[in-house]
Write a new protein. Structure first.
Length: 427
């Protein structure tokens, strides 16, 4: 973590210094007139308003409708005007987002806007477009500049998020690109339209289009909110389950954390890791359909009680089928108690016929079950659990995944997982 902090500080310094040099140079070389000052005031106010209404992305970072403001300013005005307006939009935000963002984040945001816009402007400058033109060739160049800006912006953000979270910046970039691309596709045409309206009708035309801009932002926010509502449904299901079984409080969240550690170790994609996390968190949700008396029984279970316990993967699959957002997680939940040798339940599948995610969850689930206290016994130590995993590798569990688990989950990692998930929660 200390290494990541040093990388972030170095990167932060490089970005802010580079942005400061670019901003000062372009401001100095701009021919400032009353018209340019008015342009700065109008576009600065619009950009600040848009930046104060961000939409958070699932993997960190956020998008705003200010992208179209940035683009129209870039193709209308000298670079000094654009950079000044957009730097101010990063620094002078207001409302809830201003409370949540400390000064260093605002400085970083302003700096990466300046750098991204400076690099994007090189495409326009390279093709010697000195004033706003609305012909086919110019539009292609403007689209290229917009694409360069988006790539630069997301690359800088992905790098800093990677340094902070100690994750692959490329993985962060790919996931956020998937979420940001629809926003980009919608706002680039709006940027062109803003430029046309401002050039032909001045501030009045610009403010008339500002309302559709806010509607665009609202639509994207609704999409993200819908996704969050699905995740809230997942959390409610887990909390309902763990309220029934006092001995497994936090178990599902810990299994999710351990399963993700395995997924990252085998280089699963970010999308598949997210899929794995929710499957792991919901793997025991079918126990909602099992009596509390059986779940909390301190003595030995009789055959009928074992049958009730063994039914929970199928019940879990049935429950999850109703949540369309979770895709085929039901299949993963159904098979998380299958054994590698084919002696598991409910279907008796074996080896690699068992879904990879189910095999991963089985390893994480087994480890947490061994190390956690139960109604009928005390939890084992990390070393004892590792020894037991190795003993059942090849029969109960996938031996390759057990080997990977033992390599990546040290005693310190295990203690951290238990400390973070005393209460069930989803990040």
């Amino acid at each position: 973590m200390e290494s990541s902090s040093k990388k972030f500080k170095l990167f932060f310094t490089i970005i802010t210094l580079s942005a400061s040099i670019s901003l000062i140079w372009n401001v100095y070389n701009t021919n400032w007139t009353m018209e340019q000052l008015l342009n700065l005031l109008i576009f600065g106010i619009l950009a600040i308003s848009c930046e104060s209404l961000p939409v958070a992305l699932p993997k960190g970072g956020y998008v705003t409708v200010s992208y179209s403001i940035f683009l129209s300013s870039l193709i209308l005005f000298p670079l000094g005007v654009t950079l000044t307006a957009m730097a101010l939009s990063g620094l002078l935000i207001f409302g809830k987002v201003a409370v949540e963002q400390p000064l260093y984040k605002r400085v970083f945001n302003a700096s990466q806007y300046v750098i991204s816009l400076t690099v994007a402007y090189t495409a326009i400058y390279f093709f010697k477009i000195t004033s706003f033109q609305f012909d086919f060739k110019s539009i292609l160049i403007y689209i290229l500049a917009a694409l360069i800006y988006m790539i630069m912006n997301m690359t800088i953000v992905a790098l800093v998020l990677g340094f902070i979270s100690n994750k692959s910046p490329l993985a962060v970039w790919v996931v956020n690109f998937r979420w940001a691309l629809p926003n980009f596709m919608a706002l680039v045409p709006l940027g062109f339209l803003l430029a046309l309206l401002y050039k032909n009708w001045g501030p009045l035309g610009l403010f008339l289009l500002f309302i559709p801009l806010l509607i665009s932002r609202h639509a994207f926010q609704l999409y993200i909110d819908m996704r969050e509502n699905y995740l809230d449904t997942v959390e409610a299901l887990v909390q309902a389950l763990e309220a029934k079984d006092k001995y497994t409080s936090g178990h599902s969240a810990r299994v999710g954390k351990l399963a993700v550690a395995i997924g990252e170790a085998i280089k699963m994609s970010e999308e598949k890791i997210e899929f794995l996390k929710y499957a792991a968190v919901l793997h025991d949700v079918g126990k909602i359909g099992v009596s509390e008396m059986i779940l909390n029984k301190e003595g030995k279970l009789i055959d009928t009680e074992w049958e009730a316990i063994r039914s929970h993967p199928v019940i879990g699959q049935t429950i999850i089928k109703g949540i369309k957002f979770l895709f085929d997680i039901g299949q993963v939940v159904r098979h998380h108690h299958e054994r590698f040798d084919g002696q598991g339940y409910p279907d008796g599948v074996q080896g690699e016929e068992i879904p990879l995610e189910s095999r991963i969850i089985a390893v994480a689930d087994t480890y947490d079950a061994i190390t956690s206290d139960r109604s009928y016994r005390k939890g084992s130590t990390h070393s004892e659990a590792i020894a037991e995993l190795k003993r059942v590798a090849g029969t109960q569990l996938d031996p390759k995944l057990v080997e990977i688990f033992c390599a990546v989950v040290t005693n310190e990692v295990a203690l951290e997982v238990h400390a973070e998930h005393v209460q069930p929660a989803l990040s």
